[in-house]
Design a protein around this ligand. Structure first.
Ligand SMILES: [Zn+2]
Length: 143
């Protein structure tokens, strides 16, 4: 995913980033530097996955932030060549947002809440997390 590799003017980007007053400004700046990275925002997780919300609340209490929204982005790459994109993701996380990738989460077609992909559900199940017995693309009881 080279489109999210640190640009050559990374230092200038970091300097400007530090001057941004609000999370809304950070979002606009992210759109400018990495167009198409930010895809959508979702208010809640599907209630069939309560521990996703619990984890989110834990992150918020650790960072002293309030639960804001789930942000769906194109990709998150965690290595030395992608520090700028990581800086944006961390900034949102510190502000109470839960940053997720489009491959891992999508919206329930009935209610719009965030549901993990089949692949992620399988991973959760392997780890013996409390998840539904069978995967479904919609919530059990949202209608
Ligand atoms: Zn639903």
């Amino acid at each position: 995913m080279d489109k999210y590799r640190d640009p050559r003017d990374a230092v200038e980007i970091i300097d400007k980033f530090k001057t941004l007053p609000t999370i809304g400004d950070v979002k606009l700046f992210a759109d400018e530097i990495f167009p198409g990275w930010f895809i959508s925002s979702i208010n809640e997780y599907c209630s069939d996955y309560p521990y996703l919300t619990d984890n989110w609340k834990t992150v918020c209490s650790l960072t002293g932030s309030k639960k804001a929204q789930i942000i769906i982005v194109d990709d998150i790459i965690d290595d030395q060549d992608h520090t700028i994109i990581k800086m944006f993701a961390e900034c949102f996380t510190l502000s109470g947002f839960n940053v997720r990738t489009k491959n891992d989460y999508f919206e329930c077609s009935n209610c719009g809440r965030a549901i993990p992909s089949f692949k992620l559900w399988e991973t959760f199940k392997e780890k013996k997390f409390n998840v539904p017995e069978t995967w479904a693309p919609t919530c059990k009881n949202c209608l």
